[in-house]
Design a binder for this molecule. Structure first.
Ligand code: NDP
Length: 443
């Protein structure tokens, strides 16, 4: 049995009932096999065994009081996975589906993603099974303050710097930051995604979606294609989906569909982003309301967005939202490229279908790294007490995304699997982290 298979089997049995974490480990360890086996120093130093074990897992009670005066309790998590190249960095997710397995898969992926950015940030992730949908502003604030009351003991500018993710946007970051500042009596860059008038970075809101499209554009251009005139389907209608749509439209693509957990809209004339922003960013409404703005658009309840014919698919909602059948349908309909804005949106089987059919496939840990990269730029601005203008941040973001693509492209070539950017991203990210672990000794 190979070193990677041994570690994978052992890690699965030591961490039962964590399907998403198993899936993330399987994808990474399987693609690392030839590389890790060819470098016996990794096995001798137990690099993989240490990598799959988080440095620290914190699970805590989050009590809060709802608008009826009833006390409610949620679970809070922070997984501090690996800090070998910098302080833990990764988002907080508030969604009823959040579990230890979800937070561990996200934290594990984050280690490699953060390494790929070229910036000094380690991997972590956290969140809660709290559902922000339908909650009043007072309930959201109460929950955020309670969550931060415990989390504040474990984070710090040089220790762990959380950010947003699903269900955690500018409003939630604001309430959590306020509580951190009150508890610590310090004004410091302990969270990213902050408001622009209190330490946030321009272009952070746009960064994940813009970065995704910059990377996909580079991947297309290096393969004799471009975004110009392409039909694009984007899933989700949150932060990543909205700004991926905006940048894709700016670069000449036509986005014809968006979704949320209720269903999807198809607009043959191209999505009207101002309508989507009003529904999602202002009214916090449902994507079904889009047809009130554009009567020719069609809303379909439930899943099925991947049945729409497109040249490029950008899954930007959540994990495992695109399965083997969806991938086959996309291939059959002539899709040439997929860029993952979400974390692990494609199942292992779907990824296989894309790779086998030579679809240009940019995996999430490379394609959506623009968010965390810009968070690291926010940290730099905070520590120098400066703020850069939008163009400065945006041009650094673009440069980072192009570099990421070039790195994963050369890593894939060196490994003898040209255009397999899944292998390229895993090898390039792993090599940096593993070599840092070798140099820092057994810790
Ligand atoms: P948001 O909360 O802003 O939006 C999430 C979108 O996905 C919503 O439209 C939501 O619909 C939909 N969605 C969430 N869960 C499900 C589900 N279980 N089934 C169907 N649809 C669902 O989150 P973000 O845009 O920030 O995050 C989207 C993805 O991108 C996540 O995978 C996240 O980890 C990843 N990501 C985000 C980064 C960031 O900077 N924000 C950075 C890197 C990755 P509904 O409102 O109905 O729930």
């Amino acid at each position: 049995m190979s070193y990677t298979s041994k570690v994978l089997e052992e890690a699965k049995s030591k961490n039962p009932n964590e399907p998403e974490f198993h899936q993330a480990m399987t994808e990474i360890l399987n693609t690392l096999q030839p590389f890790a086996d060819a470098n016996p120093a990794y096995e001798k130093a137990g690099i993989l065994e240490r990598l799959v074990e988080p440095e620290r897992v914190i699970i805590f009670r989050v009590p809060w009081i709802d608008d009826n005066g009833k006390t409610r309790v949620n679970k809070g998590y922070r997984v501090q996975f690996n800090s070998v190249i910098g302080p833990y960095k990764g988002g907080l997710r508030f969604h009823p589906s959040v579990s230890l397995s979800i937070v561990k898969f996200l934290g594990f992926e984050q280690i490699f993603k953060n390494a790929l950015t070229g910036l000094p940030i380690g991997g972590g992730k956290g969140g809660s099974d709290f559902d922000p949908k339908g909650k009043s502003d007072r309930e959201i604030m109460g929950f955020c303050q309670s969550f931060m009351t415990e989390l504040s003991r474990h984070i710090g500018v040089n220790t762990d710097v959380p950010a947003g993710d699903i269900g955690v946007g500018a409003r939630e970051i604001g309430y959590m930051y306020g509580q951190y500042r009150r508890l610590s009596n310090r004004f410091e860059g302990v969270l990213t995604g902050k408001g622009l008038i209190w330490g946030g970075s321009l272009a952070r809101t746009e960064a994940t979606g813009y970065g995704l499209v910059y990377l996909v554009d580079e991947m297309l251009r290096q393969n004799a294609h471009s975004l110009e005139g392409k039909t694009i389907v984007v899933s989700g209608s949150g932060n990543v989906a909205i700004y991926a749509t905006q940048k894709a439209q700016q670069l000449g693509g036509k986005v014809v569909a968006l979704s949320d957990s209720g269903g999807y809209v198809y607009d043959a004339d191209g999505i009207d982003l101002s309508a989507v922003k009003e529904i999602k960013e202002v009214k916090r409404g449902r994507i079904s309301e889009y047809v009130n703005y554009r009567p020719n658009a069609v809303y379909t309840e439930g899943k099925g967005i991947w049945s729409i014919k497109c040249d490029i698919a950008l899954p930007c909602a959540t994990q495992n939202e695109l399965n083997e059948d969806d991938a086959k349908l996309l291939v059959k309909n002539g899709c040439i490229a997929v860029g993952e804005g979400a974390n692990m949106p494609s199942t292992l089987e779907a990824t296989e279908v894309f790779l086998k059919n030579k679809v240009l496939f940019a995996p999430g840990k490379a394609a959506n790294a623009g968010g965390v990269a810009t968070s690291a730029l926010e940290m730099s601005q905070n520590s120098t007490r400066l703020s850069w203008d939008f163009e400065t941040v945006d041009s650094k973001l673009k440069e980072i995304m192009v570099n990421i693509f070039n790195n994963i492209n050369s890593a894939a070539k060196e490994a003898g699997c040209e255009n397999n950017f899944v292998a390229g991203a895993n090898i390039a990210g792993f090599k940096k982290v593993a070599d840092a672990m070798l140099q820092q000794g057994v810790i």
